[in-house]
Ligand binder design. Structure first.
Ligand code: MN
Length: 728
């Protein structure tokens, strides 16, 4: 393209950014923004995006989203313009600091730290997510700009490679959309889900999209008819308002069709009517409009939601009711003021603007500080955290009251014990019971909105393992786990003493080596757990006598014992899951790590797919795995295409029989040769040992006779192997 024309377009985009915060900037700030634009466009000068356009369009677009769609101010615009400079150009954080000051530097630093992609194939995903949250205490704008960045990347995803598309799309659905939701950025969340669905399921997406277009006229007529009497009455009463009809999004139509097993025709006309009032008497007028609506249509009493009196934690305020339309369909009507609508669309940034200078202790601040508390708990496992965190992200909320009438917001299905922990950790730990609406209830009692709850405590109480079964808040979970661990350590000391006494009585040394052998004998991996179980009385210590010993020392006799059997499964797993055997996604990215799912044990040649687990990277399942359907239905966005690499379809299965002298290293050596050196896939392996003689069978895949004979020759060379023969 013509450079001059390009420069003109860049300048236009820049002016667009300035216009979008016209009312919200001083002269000083305008200068500041211009400076950021100049620095960024110079730094990115020679760079182009995958689509071919000059790179600077990206930061400009991100800045625009920050202003228009999130409602952020000049500082964020400056940061959005500069957000990729430190990561991608030779500009340093020091340059940023000396040009734009400390505040901007910190935000850019945060953005650079969480840049790149979350790596779904390892636990670093959780670590990255954690990092993202650790930046919150400094400045929450980091996360908002990051969301804008991701939104623009999603909007321009078309030019990316297929495999990248899928990865970014599922990551967006999995991490960013829920985050946007939790921050109250509903329109961004909806768009992210929509785009993610479009790239993951292009066929389904286009099908629904076309059908929506075709049925638009019918829907419009229906909406028109439904809202006509309401409009007439509102006009008559002199309300200033806007009435909008909102169709369900494509992903949610798809979800509904799948969940209920119905056709498009049965869900397409599900929509919500939104009435946005222009009125200073927000609450009173919302209820007046409610009264008008329900004069014409009968409301469902169970579907009244008053988020005006009880705003959601993310600041959402609105009055929702579901009414019966003349054609027998339920229609949701949302009633809110313009301010409430702004908060619903633009989230907490808008919230701040309205709240400026007043109450700082908003639900959002509380939420952030809760997250911080969990993050700072060093003992909490990050993956656990991510799990717990996700439940909190998606849950709806309930409202309960203390005996004094203080309001607490908890996720749906929270129990009395969750409430105790949300009051204070000490209250949770010493909780022995609760009274809900003056009636005694167990700790596992599931709270309902409006419950008034009083917690009973005792200093003698200690947390129980079973508590974890019924608490659902991440705070309660992590605190219980932490205290349990401490308790366990204390008890383990008793257990250790018991073991020492027992060994003394058996005239055995309490030595490192003896302890190792005892752990093996009882199949424990780790001291603390073993000592703890001893203290609990669940270990029969008299079995120590079964172990061979000589002058105070224990030793293992040479036989293929259980210890081998233990390593065995992992060996087989390793053998069959040779690295880089599977290609994940549609492009060739051989670097994605994966594990074979134990539920269906895929073999080379099986039709397979990849599934992104929360804690354990990508798992490969067979297409006909018993779990496949459920995974696909509930977590479609976490499914990846997968194929066996270089799998020779003419490999055939064969069996080898071998006999040898029973020795500990034999099986390991055998499988090492087969899998690591020869890269042969094993189907099964079993062995038996009797009076020092070892016999076994292996079923494996070979390509041809040469291949097999070569393998047999190598196996025969193993020390201790007497005979290797092919089974007929
Ligand atoms: Mn970017």
């Amino acid at each position: 393209m013509d450079i001059e024309l390009e420069n003109k377009m860049i300048l236009n985009a820049y002016r667009g950014v300035l216009r979008s915060i016209k009312s919200n900037r001083s002269k000083e700030e305008t200068k500041f923004i211009r400076k950021a634009f100049n620095v960024a466009s110079k730094a990115h000068q020679s760079m182009r995006r995958k689509s071919g356009e000059p790179y600077i369009f990206h930061p400009l677009a991100v800045a625009r989203i920050c202003a228009d769609e999130i409602g952020l101010g000049p500082t964020s615009i400056v940061c959005a313009l500069l957000h990729d400079t430190v990561e991608d150009t030779n500009i340093t954080l020091n340059d940023i600091e000396s040009n734009f000051g400390n505040k901007v530097r910190n935000i850019i630093d945060g953005l650079t730290k969480i840049s790149g992609e979350f790596d779904f194939t390892s636990s670093t995903q959780a670590e990255n997510f954690k990092k993202m949250f650790l930046t919150i205490p400094d400045d929450v704008r980091v996360i908002l700009i990051k969301l804008a960045d991701r939104l623009h990347n999603m909007r321009t995803l078309d030019s990316m490679k297929e495999i990248k598309k899928l990865k970014i799309a599922s990551e967006t659905a999995y991490l960013y959309a829920p985050l946007a939701h939790r921050l109250g950025l509903y329109s961004i969340k909806t768009e992210m889900e929509d785009l993610s669905f479009k790239f993951t399921y292009p066929k389904e997406y286009n099908l629904i999209k076309n059908k929506l277009e075709k049925t638009k006229a019918v829907r419009d007529r229906y909406i028109q008819k439904f809202s006509h009497p309401i409009k007439k009455e509102l006009d008559k009463q002199g309300f200033r308002y806007k009435l909008k009809a909102r169709t369900k999004s494509i992903p949610s139509i798809h979800r509904k069709m799948k969940d209920k097993g119905v056709d498009f025709e049965e869900v397409f006309d599900v929509f919500a009517i939104r009435i946005i009032l222009d009125s200073p008497e927000e609450k009173a007028d919302c209820w007046k409009v409610y009264s008008v609506v329900t004069d014409f249509y009968i409301p469902n009493p169970e579907r009244l939601r008053d988020w005006i009196s009880y705003p959601k934690q993310n600041g959402y305020e609105s009055l929702h009711t579901t009414v019966m339309s003349p054609t027998g369909k339920w229609v949701e009507v949302q009633i809110r003021s313009r301010r409430m609508d702004d908060i619903a669309e633009k989230g907490l940034a808008a919230h701040w603007r309205y709240k400026e200078g007043t109450d700082k202790n908003t639900g959002f601040d509380k939420w952030i500080s809760e997250i911080r508390e969990i993050m700072e708990n060093k003992d909490s496992n990050t993956s656990d955290f991510l799990d717990d965190f996700k439940t909190n992200l998606y849950s709806d909320e309930i409202y309960v009251f203390t005996p004094k009438g203080d309001l607490f917001t908890l996720p749906k299905n929270a129990t009395a014990l969750d409430f105790a922990f949300s009051v204070h950790t000490d209250v949770g730990i010493s909780c022995i019971g609760a009274k809900v609406n003056s009636k005694l209830v167990p700790l596992s009692y599931v709270l309902k909105s409006g419950d008034q709850i009083e917690i009973l405590t005792s200093k003698k109480q200690i947390p129980k393992e079973a508590w974890l079964d019924f608490v659902i808040t991440s705070k309660a979970k992590s605190k219980i786990k932490q205290t349990l661990k401490e308790e366990k350590k204390k008890l383990a000391i008793n257990g250790k003493e018991i073991l020492e006494r027992k060994l003394n009585a058996l005239k055995l040394n309490f030595s490192e080596n003896n302890l190792k052998i005892i752990l093996k004998h009882y199949h424990f991996k780790e001291h603390t757990e073993f000592f703890f179980q001893i203290a609990q009385g669940t270990v029969d210590l008299s079995k120590i006598k079964e172990i061979n010993h000589k002058s105070g020392q224990l030793y293992i006799s040479s036989s293929i014992t259980k210890s081998i059997k233990n390593t065995f499964e992992s060996l087989v797993q390793r053998v069959r899951g040779n690295e880089n055997e599977i290609i994940i996604g549609e492009g060739a990215d051989p670097n994605l790590d994966y594990k074979l799912a134990p539920c269906c044990n895929p073999l080379p040649g099986d039709q397979v797919f990849g599934f992104i687990t929360i804690n354990d990277g990508i798992k490969i399942h067979r297409n006909n795995c018993p779990n496949a359907r459920q995974l696909r239905a509930n977590y479609a966005y976490r499914i990846l295409a997968a194929n066996w690499k270089d799998y020779k379809r003419d490999a055939f299965i064969t069996g080898l029989k071998f006999i040898g002298i029973d020795n500990v290293g034999l099986v390991k050596e055998l499988t090492t040769i087969i899998s690591d050196l020869e890269k042969v896939n094993m189907k099964s392996l079993n062995f038996d040992s009797k009076d020092g003689v070892f016999e076994g069978n292996i079923m494996l895949y070979v390509y041809d006779k040469n291949h097999l004979e070569n393998l047999i020759r190598k196996l025969r060379n193993i020390e201790g192997i007497e005979k290797v023969v092919r089974m007929e």
